[in-house]
Design a protein around this ligand. Sequence first.
Ligand code: ADP
Ligand code: MG
Length: 617
Amino acid sequence: MPIRVLAPEVANQIAAGEVVERPASAVKELIENSLDAGANDIRVEVREGGQRLIRVQDDGCGIPAEEASVAFLRHATSKISSTDDLNCITTLGFRGEALASIASVAQVTVLTRTADADAGTLIRLIDGREVEHGLAGAPAGTTITVEHLFANIPARLKFLKQPATEAAHIQQVVTRYALAYPERRFSLLSDGKLLFQSTGTGKLVDVLARVYGLEMAKQMIEVGADASEEADTRRGPGVSGYAGAPSLHRGNRGLITLFVNRRWFQDASIAYAVVQAYHTLLPTGRFPVAVIFLEIDPGDVDVNVHPTKAEVRFREPNLIFSAVQKTVRRALVDYAPVPRADTNVTGMPGAWPHEPGAAAWAGGEGWTERRGALLAAGHGGQVPMPLRHDDRAGAGSDWLESGSAPAAATPIIPPSPQPDRPPLMPILRVVGQLAATYIVAEGPDGMYLIDQHAAHERILYEQMLAEHATNKLVVQPLLDPLVIDLSAEHAAVVAEELDTLAQLGLALEPFGGASYLLRSVPAILARDGGQPERAVIEILDGLAQRDDVVETTREARLVTLICKRAAIKGNTPMSLPEMQELVRRLEACRSPRTCPHGRPTMVYMSAADLARQFGRP
Ligand code: ADP
Ligand code: MG
């Protein structure tokens, strides 16, 4: 055969294969057009899984009568005009292919009217050719009806699945856009049945409840809500959305939904960043549920990689990866509830625990009186609510005070939690110590076991970060500077982190070769008797490992390591006042339920659980 340029119908059909793979892809393109047209109400109706009929009706800007035919030409678009525009795409469509492609593989009818036109335009196309063009009454907006999809391409028809399966794909497409555009109203009717409807209130939680059901939506934690608090994340992409509590795990990654600038996309690596954020919180082989939105400069993402625009390319994928991972992790750690001690399940990490109701936190069921009576009876000198962080009366604690004498001058001022956030742990009464490692305490609704090391790490971590943020970090100079000989690996770490170390009170001075002079340590490390050298080595070890997934800044990472070293160890007997002091300071923490590594500081056993264990009625 001689070489010939293909007829437009043939070329369109070939192109259609890329854009319109199945009914759901046609629905996607039509919804995108409606969104680009500024529609607030988008109604999708399908019959027989979309193969028989797809209709998308919107109340958008409509297509001017004189342009309606042009819209069906290939590469006809109102959204871009030059290649420069390709570098900064702000609409969902831009390739000018969808209508031409759909029309080449189905019968299409368009009814459209702009707000200022008296009459609407009606166009019918068969196999991409106009067979009817006239005036018709129409509401402002556009309705596009696609019938007998792929009827002219038997090969493609063969690959369609059962109507129910195709309808499920369509539903997935509609719900994704509903999530991305909570302020618009979407509905989906399939064979006359309402499959989905969003309310258009603008609140993502409302859509989450519609998509996943109320029960599941209740277990989703807001992500990135306090991004403004973290100076460091401001440079990177905006990350927001909702992430499921660790109890919401699934067998695959199918419920990790990603959007960039409100465009749904697929990306195994970013999905993995979400999974990584749940490190140690989910049973192995299980995957989280999450809806994550990235907000980035349109110039930093290329959406023109794939005809269906399902894949995107980031200019700085690593930056995006770590921002997603850290923001999700931060939300999980901040809101981690108290794991429930379950005598039947052996310590499954991330079993989503009991979340005592607000009434219990506030001290319901006579707890306040009971606690007051216990206090009066000499069970401890704690001051009941409201908490006062600088109140140290009667604690007389040795190790708690030694490093924190200066801290008395700079009381811990944790960033105040959001006003509508319930307290993250109840007021506890210390009962005693177990195995010299756990503090046994009673709360309003059961028993709490607190890991003394993890709890102290949390306390010191928040204290040190707050002091650092306000330039009030207390540093202990060494009277005799210590010469420390470092391994090559540690010397390399020090060379790289010298400034950060100094900022946090670890002043090291090069002393020839791999030797350094240690001139000061953070005050919280000073209680470590004569062992500052071992402390430094341990911290450098931690820095060299670089396996921390939680911290957003170098400082925070270093603070974690310093606090790990400074915190009271397990297997250390504590006096009652010491334990009371520790618990009181934990109560004042912003995220008291987890240590800085994200592990729980406490586990909980409810009074009801205990009663059940003892077979009490
Ligand atoms: P693209 O969306 O990439 O521009 P399409 O083939 O999907 O290409 O649409 C072609 C053009 O038709 C659009 O640029 C737009 O001007 C117009 N159009 C399509 N659908 C609608 C709609 N629902 N409302 C208003 N205009 C529309
Ligand atoms: Mg389009």
